[in-house]
Design a protein around this ligand. Structure first.
Ligand code: DAH
Length: 343
């Protein structure tokens, strides 16, 4: 009996310090100690050598021992490799964690936010309008009556179900929708997606994005337009950049202009981006045509205003060095994840 006690104590020590780093070792433990030819079975067999008077005591001892081994097995099963915190074969808590993949904003969104936030600082509020638009808001009210030759400036997608509907060709429709509301003055910046029936290539796409601006109040002048756009250019492209206005034609503005900035890639000396001219075209603009004001029930004798419209893709391509406009809409994660750290 004394010998049995000693034996059990020795086994308990051995078993207590057993540790496993994987399931295979846990299984080895089970076979060695709890299997049909295992240690527990073997010791139980010793019972027959114990004197009758001591059988009760020995039985208790062996049952305790069996329970001890079973408990140890259970705890090994629950967390293999984690029996002794801090020892070499446990999880190393000092290792750096797995990095979580970060999402990123789309480059068009990044550029849109940059543009919009500059005008927000000047007090412009954001407005949005529908992408499926009726003829009046996309063309008619903007001084482009039916059969007006300037309608051909923009190749239009028509909606089959309703001959009066188009996919808007520009964000200028939102100008009309805002003016129609009759709340003056208006100082709004209007970003959105537009559609044109053009062949898709590296340079042009059948849908892209624009930002429209509109300011209507009493006594708004072309000088206000210029100051506003000068501020925008300085914030967007830097203080050194030069600006020039070229007279142009848009049916919805009079006078109309296009604005160029000195090429921010070559500094104006001439490169591929500015086609050796030293200038890059940024936007169209002008004073809102009196007909457009009248179409929206705004008195052109009392109110004047300016408007402008610019694309988002081209400045984004220049800023981020993107050479194919199709990349924007292909959803290739290898492309998109390059903007993870861009704000
Ligand atoms: N809607 C014009 C276009 O898509 C851009 C534009 C030009 C908008 C002059 C304006 C503007 O508001 O005044 O090409």
């Amino acid at each position: 009996m004394d010998q049995l006690l000693k034996q059990i104590e020795a086994y308990k020590k051995e078993i207590g310090s057993f540790s496993a780093t994987d399931d295979k070792q846990v299984e080895e433990f089970r076979i060695k100690y709890l299997g049909t030819k295992g240690l527990v079975k073997m010791i139980m067999g010793e019972m027959k050598h114990v004197a009758v008077a001591q059988k009760k005591e020995a039985g208790q001892l062996l049952n305790e021992f069996k329970l001890f081994v079973e408990n140890k097995f259970e705890s090994l099963q629950k967390s293999p490799g984690n029996q002794q915190p801090g020892s070499s074969n446990t999880i190393d808590l000092t290792l750096p964690g797995d990095p979580l993949p970060l999402g990123s904003r789309h480059p068009v969104t990044l550029m849109r936010n940059r543009i919009v936030s500059i005008f927000q600082r000047l007090g412009f509020a954001i407005a949005e309008g529908p992408e499926i638009e009726d003829d009046w808001h996309n063309f008619g009210a903007l001084n482009l009556p039916e059969h007006h030759p300037a309608r051909d400036m923009q190749d239009t997608f028509y909606v089959q179900q309703n001959p009066d509907w188009v996919l808007r060709t520009h964000t200028s429709n939102v100008q009309i929708r805002e003016m129609e509301k009759g709340k003056l003055p208006i100082r709004m910046i209007m970003p959105g997606r537009v559609y044109r029936n053009e062949t898709v290539s590296a340079r042009s796409h059948c849908f892209f994005h624009q930002v429209e601006g509109l300011y209507i109040d009493e006594n708004v002048s072309f000088a206000d337009l210029k100051q506003t756009l000068y501020f925008f250019v300085k914030e967007m492209y830097g203080k050194e950049v030069k600006v020039r206005f070229r007279p142009s034609y848009f049916p919805f503005t009079e006078p109309s202009a296009e604005m160029d900035v000195s090429c921010f890639i070559c500094g104006g000396s001439g490169c591929n981006i500015c086609k050796k001219t030293g200038w890059v075209e940024i936007l169209g603009c002008g004073m809102v045509h009196p007909n457009v004001l009248s179409n929206c029930n705004i008195d052109p004798n009392k109110y004047t205003g300016f408007a402008f419209g610019m694309g988002i893709e081209r400045p984004a391509m220049l800023k981020y060095g993107i050479n194919d406009i199709r990349l924007f809409s292909e959803n290739d994660v290898r492309f998109l994840k390059q903007f993870t750290s861009v704000l």
